[in-house]
Design a protein around this ligand. Sequence first.
Ligand SMILES: [Fe+2]
Length: 446
Amino acid sequence: MPFYTKLGKLPPKRHIQFRRPDGALYSEEVFGTEGFVGPTSTLYHIHPPTQVIGWKPLYGTEVEYVERDVMRMRHSKSMQLPSKGDPVTGRTVLFGNSDVEIGVCAPAEKMKYHFKNAQGDECIFIHFGSGTVFTSFGTLKFRARDYIIIPKGVTYRIEFDEPKGDEPDPRFLLIEVANGSHILPPPRYISKQTSQFLEHAPYCERDLRTPELPLTFDKKGEYEVRIKSRNLVHSYIYKYHPLDVVGWDGCYYPYIFNIDDFSPIVGKHHMPPPIHQTFEAHNFVICSFCPRLLDFHPQAIVVPYNHSNLDSDEVLYYVQGNYKARKGIEVGSLSLHPQGIPHGPHPGTVEASIGAKETNELAVMCDTFRPLYPTKAALDIDDLNYPRSWEEEHFPVSIASGANGTASGHANGHSNGRSNGKPTKKSKSPSTKKPARAGKTANTWD
Ligand SMILES: [Fe+2]
C-alpha cells in the first residue's frame, strides 16, 4: 500500500536491540520488494523466521491453457463449478496469461495449514461468505464483496464462517499476479508528495481496512506452511506457530477494500471504463462497476457505445444484478471480450435503455493488455451461444424491459430475445423527450 502503518510492539529505531521478556532478542525481518527499493515492511518475530525442520514438494500449479490461437467471445458460468478443496486447493483458474491468472474458488473444507504465495500478489474478491484471514501482519475480518489484497510473501490462513440459514456457500473470485509486479491503487489516485489519496479518487484511506489484533500466536509444535513458488506448492514444517510477529511497520501489508465503498464517478455523457478503475498491476487493471446514477444529458445514451479496446482483453465477473431480461448471463458468469473484435450493446438494448436513470448491478472487471487464454475448466462451463448473441436473428430488435422496469442494455448482456422460439413483437420506441419512468434502470457495463 502507498501509506505507512504499524501494529503491535516496535523498538524506537530500526536495527537495534529489541528483546523478548525472557531477555532474548526478537528476530527482525525486513520484508522488501523490488530489491529493497519498493514498498517494504519490517517485522519482529519471537523466533527466527529462518528455522525450518522439514520441506518437500507437494503439487504443481502450472496452468495449462487451451485454444491459445482461437480469438472469440467467451462466457463461462462459474456457478456450475462445484465446491471442492479448501480456499487454496479448491481454486480453479479459468483464464490467464503470463501476467495474470483469473479463477474462482468455492471451498468445501477448512485450511489445516498456513499458506504463502511466494510468486504473486493475490486479489481475492469475496462473492459469498464471511470470515477471518489470519496473517503474519495481523487479523482481517472479511465479508461479502470485500477485495482482500494479499501481497506476495504474506503467510496467511483463511477461515470462512459457517453459512447461516439460507446464506449461500462461500465463493470467491481470485485474480493472481503472474508477472512479479504488485497490485496497487492507480498512481493517478495518489499524491506524488505525500502518497495520500487525492480528492478525485473514488476511494481513500478511510475505506481501507488494515490488519488488526490479534497478531501474535506464541505456540510451539509442528506447523505446516505451504509455500507456492516456481509453480510448485512446497510443504515446509516449522516448530512454532508461523504467525509469531509481535510488531511490524511499513508500507507492505495485506488489506481489505469493500466494493460497496467505491464511490462511482458519474457524468453528463457515458463515462469510460478507467473511471471504474480500482487497482492495477503490470499489464492488467481491476475495475469495479457499481450501482450509480446514469448520464444526465437529456438525450444521453446510457449504455456503452460499440467499442474496440484494441490493446486489452476484457473479463467481467458478474456479482449481482437483475438478469431476468437477459439470456445466458447469470450471477457468477465470466464474459471474455477479446481484443481483435469490437463489442457493444445487444440488439434492442440501446433503445431500451433510453431514459434509465440508474444502474443497480455490480461487477468486477479485469482488463489485460495481452491476450487471455482459457483453461480446459473454462471450456467445460462454456456458453457456446454467446459469441453469436449479437446476431439479430438470435436477438431481434425489441424493447427489452424486465419485470421491474430494468432495461437490458449491457454490452455483455442479452436483450429479451425470443418467446417460445419466436421473435418477440417489436415495441414502440420511446421518445427521447419522454420523461423516464420512475425507477427505470439499465445495465451499463463496458
Ligand atoms: Fe468493453
